[in-house]
Design a protein. Structure first.
Length: 375
């Protein structure tokens, strides 16, 4: 353990990272938690919106916290910059970053409005990518039915791709996946890169999890791609009544999805954290699918730490190095037969293998590697 009590860092977060109730803020909060454990003093700068505010949990892992009001609405689109970037532009942030000479860590492209500012030219600046943003937004557009929202995703994708050139001012890229690292290393070859996977709520693997008699799909169901996957699953289950029960759990499911609830299909809207943990720990088959290979899904890592058997599509495991920790499904139509074939409980050998593969994803190891870059 490195632990340096005189080491400090500015972390600029795209949102207030507590409660850590979705993937992006999970990475930020649990990074803060481990930096605190190892003696690093963090000055957190975060954008306040969606009703989030400072909590005792957040105060306990930061030396100080400064909030900035996010600029929302169509006016944030007027200057030709990405909405996600310009809506997080505040000169007070730049002033506060210049109060000392500590390293600055920018969490995602959304927070990089000042990464290339002349006043920060001589500072060590770390870019923490969460995914390839323009690819992510184009994927969102493909699954968006509302015309204005689809236009927004495509327009901001174009602007985000152009904005990426600002990252030439970074000293280091901390990439969440090997696939993303290949992309950024090719585009920014003169800058140092390190693969530091996302931080998670879990510090140890829960051996013996799983074995339940139901299959689980979970995620934020307000995101269109997740809603589409959930709908495909319930329709598949209706065609195959011999399958074990299916549980769909997540935030804000649409009424059209809730209508599929039956004795064979349970839909749990907005589950509490304790309920979600219980479902993850007991499910016999975790169904993990994504239409896009960018970034890394935090729910995927959470399941590998706390759950049992996983069935995933190639996009879910892309760039993670975890292909052999799961069963890969390439043909959607083969899912029913695969579930009937796979034992819901992992063997001792499978647990041992997962434990070895997951070592690189342990929070303490990731925090120590990050600290080496702060020195």
């Amino acid at each position: 353990m490195i632990g340096l009590n005189n080491l400090s860092v500015h972390i600029v977060s795209f949102a207030i990272p507590y409660p850590a109730d979705y993937g992006g803020v999970q990475d930020v909060y649990h990074k803060l938690r481990w930096l605190k454990k190892l003696g690093v003093k963090v000055s957190l700068h975060a954008w306040a919106y969606q009703g989030r505010t400072i909590t005792p949990e957040l105060e306990s892992v930061c030396e100080n916290i400064t909030l900035y009001k996010r600029r929302i609405g169509w006016s944030a689109l007027a200057n030709g910059l990405p909405y996600t970037v310009t809506s997080r532009s505040n000169l007070d942030l730049l002033k506060n970053l210049n109060r000392d000479s500590s390293t600055v860590l920018f969490e995602s492209l959304h927070t990089t409005r000042f990464i290339a500012h002349p006043s920060l030219e001589k500072r060590k600046k770390i870019f923490r990518e969460s995914n390839i943003e323009h690819d992510y937004y184009r994927h969102l557009a493909k699954h968006e039915n509302r015309t204005w929202k689809r236009w927004y995703f495509l327009e901001d994708a174009r602007r985000l791709e152009s904005w990426e050139s600002q990252l030439n001012a970074a000293s280091l890229f901390c990439n969440v996946s090997l696939e993303d690292q290949r992309y950024f290393r090719q585009k920014f070859s003169r800058i140092k890169h390190d693969w530091i996977p996302s931080f998670t709520p879990y510090d140890h693997i829960r051996i013996g999890a799983g074995g339940g008699s139901f299959a689980l799909y979970h995620g934020n169901l307000a995101i269109q791609e997740n809603a589409v996957t959930a709908l495909m699953l319930v329709q598949l289950w209706e065609k195959h009544p011999a399958l074990p029960p299916l549980v769909i759990a997540g935030r804000f499911p649409a009424k059209s999805l809730l209508a599929y609830a039956s004795p064979q299909i349970e839909i749990i809207p907005n589950p509490e954290d304790s309920k979600m943990d219980e479902l993850i720990a007991s499910a016999g088959w975790h169904l993990m699918f994504t239409p896009q290979p960018t970034g890394i899904k935090l729910k995927f890592l959470n399941v590998l730490f706390q759950g049992g058997r996983v069935i995933a599509n190639p996009n879910m495991v892309s760039g993670t190095g975890l292909e052999n920790a799961v069963t890969i499904l390439k043909d959607w139509n083969q899912l029913p037969a695969l579930i009937m074939q796979l034992n819901p409980s992992l063997t001792d050998d499978e647990w041992d293998y997962r434990r070895q593969l997951m070592k690189v994803f342990h929070n303490e190891d990731k925090a120590n590697r990050l600290i080496q870059h702060l020195i």
